[in-house]
Design a protein. Structure first.
Length: 231
């Protein structure tokens, strides 16, 4: 899927995606000198989509000193990570246009059925069986190591942005891990830079992990990453 750059208001496809209706899951909010919001929309083929619409919501960089929609950066990160084998939402459509200010639309497919955020997982009343707990931490470690090996830094790691899908029985579980909300993601010069930043964030933000959890997660991460990481 190529990124469609529509410099003038002439893109019928862009307009069609911009007009899609659905339930707001993230009400339009004012920041970065613009508006950004997300709706949930059921496509004709039955796939659940999340459509982000941005109006004047931009970032600036050395490459784009005059600004570009922040969703452009997120789209690039999602596509690169999918290519690298990291489980992220698939981008079904992205387009942006400029007429006095930037507008952008990105539609991503929902994660497959069965995925649950860490936030929701740890709020369940029943504690995780030990084999499940170990498998969850190991799957997250491998997923994040793969991301960092590709030199991508998530930069927004919260429990609500990390997902797992648990199958099998409690004594021999199979766990897949995924992540989303990569609007702040950056491609770093080295894998170690990406790793150090994100591991520091995990340490601060995943309050549910205690020392015993880190004693499982970190060796699994370093084994998958290929070396120790000082953070």
């Amino acid at each position: 899927m190529g990124i469609a750059l529509l410099q003038r208001r002439q893109g019928d496809e862009f307009a069609a995606w911009w007009r899609k209706d659905g339930e707001w899951v993230e009400e339009p909010n004012q920041r970065r000198d613009g508006l950004s919001g997300v709706i949930r929309h059921r496509a004709r083929d039955g796939v659940l989509l999340y459509i982000k619409r941005q109006d004047g919501h931009t970032f600036r960089s050395l490459r784009y000193p005059l600004g570009r929609p922040t969703t452009l950066r997120e789209c690039q990160a999602l596509q690169a990570l999918e290519t690298a084998g990291v489980h992220v939402p698939h981008v079904r459509y992205f387009g942006m246009q400029h007429e006095g200010h930037w507008q952008a639309v990105m539609a991503t497919e929902a994660l497959p059925e069965g995925f649950i955020s860490l936030e929701d997982l740890y709020q369940q009343t029943e504690p995780l069986a030990e084999p499940v707990r170990v498998a969850v931490l190991g799957a997250l470690a491998k997923m994040l190591a793969r991301m960092h090996q590709a030199r991508w830094q998530h930069a927004g790691l919260y429990d609500k942005h990390l997902f797992v899908r648990i199958s099998g029985d409690a004594t021999s579980p199979q766990v897949d891990a995924a992540t989303l909300d990569l609007e702040r993601a950056r491609h770093r010069l080295t894998a170690s830079q990406a790793a150090r930043h994100d591991l520091r964030q995990l340490k601060r933000r995943i309050a549910q992990w205690n020392d015993a959890d880190w004693a499982i997660f970190l060796p699994a991460y370093e084994k998958a990453f290929g070396r120790a990481v000082a953070f």
